[in-house]
Design a protein around this ligand. Structure first.
Ligand code: ATP
Ligand code: MG
Length: 293
């Protein structure tokens, strides 16, 4: 398909604000978290979304995966309105767009082993029971973890391992689009590098479309080809990542860049710390990911 894989058409999201008394007195007011966002994401694009806290990044992500509905406007997946796809909810669209959160540990059931958790996700994709274990191992390998992880409980894995397990679980659905909302901000620098390397590898090898939400301009620069700068529910600037970071045209982008300790946002990808350029795990091919089952 040639059109954009994901589009937002004049999307607005507002939330009621004020207490019960305000509402009883008819003093209804709404807070506009997204204010007329239009956006096209091409298949295989790696897009960074940056902006101050409260600018609407996570709200945009939750609308894109169908966790929330826009107040007005439309989200389109391969040109089809998500609202229509959701009405026929049996459709495969749900698996096509997956999300990883900042703290994926909290999304894992503490009483289920990692292998079982992956197996249940594979069951959702109707992978036959006798193939689930093999595929769970392949997923763990894809995110650079060994099979010894399968019988462990989430608390028996480190923060960086858990983050990669969260990623493995999202990938178990074989999504076309992955939305990662601050996926590494709870990790230390070397673990951040591992997860960023992994994401970079997955986008290249699997052709995954990635929306990477982050406060860290250096990570966005290392990973993304395009950057979208949000402020107060609007897109204030977007374009090729290197161009925007080198020559920001909007004063807000200039401020964001100025706030980064000198040199980081302007760092060339070849200047990345060793950890960022080191490979995170053994190479896996696109065929293994999209393979039979
Ligand atoms: N369910 C909700 N009800 C009311 N207000 C909300 C709700 N969800 C988000 N908001 C508000 O919408 C605005 C945007 O929130 P959002 O979580 O999208 O910001 P963000 O850019 O992800 O911020 P951060 O960088 O801190 O994660 C915030 O002012 C937030 O308080
Ligand atoms: Mg957020």
């Amino acid at each position: 398909m040639t059109g954009p894989i994901l589009s937002l058409r004049n999307v607005t999201k507002s939330f009621p604000q004020g207490g019960v008394i305000d509402r009883l007195l008819g003093r209804d007011s709404r807070f506009v978290a997204l204010d007329g966002i239009s956006l096209d994401i091409a298949r295989g694009e790696v897009v960074g979304i940056v902006g101050e806290s409260g600018s609407g990044k996570s709200t945009l992500a939750s609308l894109a995966v169908g966790l929330a509905q826009p107040t007005s406007g439309e989200v389109l997946l391969d040109g089809e309105p998500l609202s229509a796809l959701m009405r026929n909810h049996a459709g495969p669209w749900r698996r096509r767009i997956q999300m990883v959160f900042q703290d994926s540990a909290s999304a894992l059931n503490p009483r289920k082993t990692i292998g079982r958790c992956l197996g249940e996700t594979l069951a959702l994709r109707s992978v036959p029971r006798n193939e689930r274990e093999r595929e769970a191992r392949a997923l763990l390998a894809l995110v650079g973890l060994g099979p010894e992880m399968a019988p462990r409980l989430p608390h028996e894995a480190s923060g960086g391992q858990r983050q990669r397990i969260g990623l493995a679980r999202a990938l178990a659905m074989r999504p076309d689009i992955l939305i990662a909302d601050e996926p590494v901000s709870s990790l230390d620098v070397s673990l951040q590098a591992q997860v960023i390397n992994l994401l970079s590898r997955l986008t290249k090898e699997l052709g995954l479309t990635l929306l990477f939400i982050s406060h860290d301009l250096a990570l966005v620069r290392a990973l993304c080809t395009r950057i979208i700068v949000m402020r107060r529910g609007q897109i204030v600037e977007q374009g090729p990542c290197l161009d925007v970071l080198a020559r920001p045209s909007h004063p807000y982008t200039q401020l964001l860049i100025a706030a980064v300790p000198k040199g980081i946002a302007g760092r060339r990808s070849t200047d990345r710390p060793d950890a960022l350029s080191a490979a995170a795990a053994t190479p896996q091919t696109r065929d293994e990911f999209h393979g039979a089952a």
